[in-house]
Ligand binder design. Sequence first.
Ligand code: ADP
Ligand code: MG
Length: 294
Amino acid sequence: ATPTSIMVGTGRAAELGVLFRKGDALQALHDVDIVAFDKTGTLTEGKPRISDFFLAAGFFRSDVLRLVAAAESTSEHPIASAIVEAAASDGIDLPKPRGFEALAGLGVRAEVDGVAVLVGSERLLTQAGIALDALTADANPAQLAEAGNSSVFVAIDGVAAALIAVADPIKAGSRAIVEALQKRGLKVAMITGDARASAEVVARRLGIDHVVADVRPDGKVAAVEALRAKTSRIAFVGDGINDAPALAAADVGIAVGSGTDVAIESADVVLMSGDLSGVLKALAISRATMANIR
Ligand code: ADP
Ligand code: MG
């Protein structure tokens, strides 16, 4: 491609709210034949709400919510915001957590009022050796997933205390974007840190048949590389800190502009509005630019 045509294409894209951070991304995007999306905050709104709260015997909602919200108060994760907001709307004052630790793609750990709080995926609690039977007798994560929820597990001092169901609606435009990409002959995949059951419900609603679930940030990179081995070039679209390594590893990393700074800095292309239709605009411009040149 000539520098001039790249400049014209990049300028045209910027007018449409699609920022090419690197000129060669315009060229690379033209050769992409698979687009993989992160789920939370990319295909979904990333603004989950608590839809259900299950407690193990001997635990009370207000106590658990206070501890969990305190533990989550410094986390940037959308699930953390949902929990902190729920505590605020219940008028709960939050103590300061100590020893806060974010476990990327898994959850958080902190000490609140001298109590050890662990919040996150089923995998996180299972890995910590915590038995979940006291919760899964009452609440069925598979059934919750079928109804569009993800399950967040809470352990207090090493004992399963609560299962919080959170619902994160699919973005209005996601289905149309997936269909449009497939119509253009591109393969579409989803790579997510969420549990398989919840991921598959979202994928089914969107018509995505290739799903990699329950992966941490390095697992997202491995998934990107495995898909590339099967095709030629891969674009990955994501928004979170947990997506940064995969955005860097993909041939074209596309960050959703409403996402975190780390994701944006790792990307080749930024969708300024956070609207996924920017993926189609970026593709169209790259194709038009390359057609002018060849
Ligand atoms: P995605 O890949 O869909 O954006 P993440 O990698 O951010 O998802 O998170 C994967 C899973 O880890 C979440 O579905 C949740 O179960 C758990 N998790 C991560 N961070 C948190 C947190 N701060 N609080 C509770 N759960 C969390
Ligand atoms: Mg995300």
